[in-house]
Design a protein around this ligand. Structure first.
Ligand code: PMP
Length: 450
């Protein structure tokens, strides 16, 4: 054991190994003390204990339904696009760790954050020019909302304070994002009377390839026109609505939003937190529509799933507008803003993605999902099967029995996390064809048994 008082910062030592908890004890402590996402306290479901993860496999601490490891069908909620324990991302993290893991961003700057911001500007739609590095997707949406409201205040139109979105969306769990999540049947309808009241258009008609519905296009235009005097921004998830229902819609609706926002002096925000970095088959879902928003949020796969970081990008118009106000600064500055470790891994993750034929990998996985999920169409209780990019969705005609569906997937050696009436998957881009087929078998088993 090294003497802690004589250690020189920067010298190499191994920390004393902590006594390992048995899986049973770990679960006991977990149940007693630890909140899990969208869970009660104490927890009612037994979480599986993951001991390590490598490639596309989660290694379990104990044998579960005969499995010691599971193929990850979830990419840790859209984020781990390169799989786990990736040598390139590990090296980027280690290299940065040896320089500095964090310094405050007020009054200081550093290469990882600057490189990341410049890289994001380079790869996102053209007029996006300025980058706010946030520490989670929800915070990046808060920042986007703050930017939009402050823009209108600064240019002398302070009444423009409301947001418009369409139903079926999901933008995070902090207060402003919650106010633009689907107001019914979503995770936040408990708070409908307390949240800021926003303007909701109807659900966008389903189908990425479906002909745009003229009546819905008119509905979008009319809703924006009607509320324009009070609207700061329209915020939507482009092309894929994720946690609000895993729905796909025509990019034509994004073009209609862009036109109506321009016509009525309303900013347009795209939440690309789930859709960004290739998941839908284009680098950003906005690219399907060839439309650029005024503000755009990215997160999740930004760091390849290694560390929490998100970013809000905006155009020069938005930043210049804010700078003209009586309060010319954007009053937001998280403690861990620009975290060098996360930024270094994000740079490495973007390089890794763009340095390979990611479009081919995403389309290969899409083909595997289409083939493998075809049999789900004839299963009793299945309402719809849809695939876009590397996203596969089986929608049931009933609420899924989450425990039974999860068990069925685990028996097939796959990790899935169904919710509501949905069994879905978005595998890491490195998932090979055999594992994609296995994930499909698990989705079908979960749809059958859930
Ligand atoms: N927007 C979208 C579209 C998301 O899918 C999510 C995360 N599920 C968020 C925002 C919130 O991101 P985070 O969980 O990192 O706060």
């Amino acid at each position: 054991m090294p003497d802690l008082h004589t250690l020189v910062p920067g010298s190499q030592v191994s920390p004393p190994a902590p006594a390992r908890l048995t899986p049973a004890r770990l679960r006991e402590l977990d149940r007693e003390h630890v909140w899990h996402p969208y869970g009660p306290m104490p927890g009612r479901q037994e979480p599986l204990v993951v001991a390590s993860a490598s490639g596309v496999r989660l290694k379990l601490a104990e044998l579960t339904c005969g499995q010691s490891e599971l193929v990850d069908g979830m990419s840790s909620w859209w984020s781990a696009v390169h799989g786990y324990n990736h040598p390139v991302l590990n090296a980027a993290a280690r290299d940065q760790l040896d320089r500095m893991s964090h310094v405050m961003f007020g009054g200081l700057t550093h290469e990882p954050a600057v490189r990341l911001a410049a890289r994001l500007v380079e790869i996102t739609p053209e007029p996006l020019r300025h980058v706010f590095l946030a520490d989670s997707g929800s915070v990046s949406v808060e920042v986007a909302v703050k930017m939009c409201l402050q823009y209108w205040r600064s240019v002398g139109r302070p009444a423009k304070q409301r947001l418009m979105t369409w139903r079926g969306g999901y933008h995070g769990d902090t207060w402003q994002p919650m106010s633009v999540c689907d107001p019914e049947g979503g995770m936040h309808d408990l708070w409908s009377g307390v949240l800021p009241r926003q303007v909701f258009a109807d659900l966008p008609p389903a189908g990425f390839d479906a002909e745009p519905d003229p009546a819905y296009l008119a509905h979008l235009r009319d809703t924006i026109a009607l509320h324009a005097d009070r609207l700061a921004a329209v915020i939507v998830e482009p092309v894929v609505q994720g946690a609000g229902g895993m729905r796909f819609h025509s990019p034509a609706y994004l073009r209609a939003l862009r036109e109506a926002c321009d016509a009525h002096d309303v900013l347009l925000v795209f939440d690309e937190i789930a859709t960004g970095f290739g998941r839908t088959g284009r680098l950003f879902a906005a690219d399907h529509a060839a439309v650029a928003p005024d503000v755009m949020c990215v997160g999740k796969a930004l760091t390849g799933g290694y560390l929490t970081m998100a970013a809000t990008l905006c155009t020069a118009r938005v930043a210049d507008g804010i700078a003209r106000g009586d309060v010319p600064v954007l009053a937001h500055g998280p403690t861990f803003m620009g975290n060098p470790l996360a930024a270094a891994v994000a740079c490495a993750s973007i390089d890794l993605l763009l340095g390979q034929d990611w479009e081919h990998e995403v389309s290969r996985i899409g083909t595997g999902l289409r083939d493998g999920l075809a049999e789900a169409r004839s299963l009793p209780g299945v309402a719809d099967v849809r695939v876009l990019g590397a996203i596969g969705v089986v929608q049931l005609d009933h609420e899924v029995d989450m425990a039974a569906a999860t068990r069925a997937a685990v028996r097939e050696g796959v990790w899935l996390r169904p919710f509501r009436d949905l069994v879905y998957t978005m595998p890491p881009y490195i998932t090979d064809d055999q594992d994609v087929a296995r994930i499909c078998r698990a989705v079908c088993a979960a749809a059958r048994e859930g």
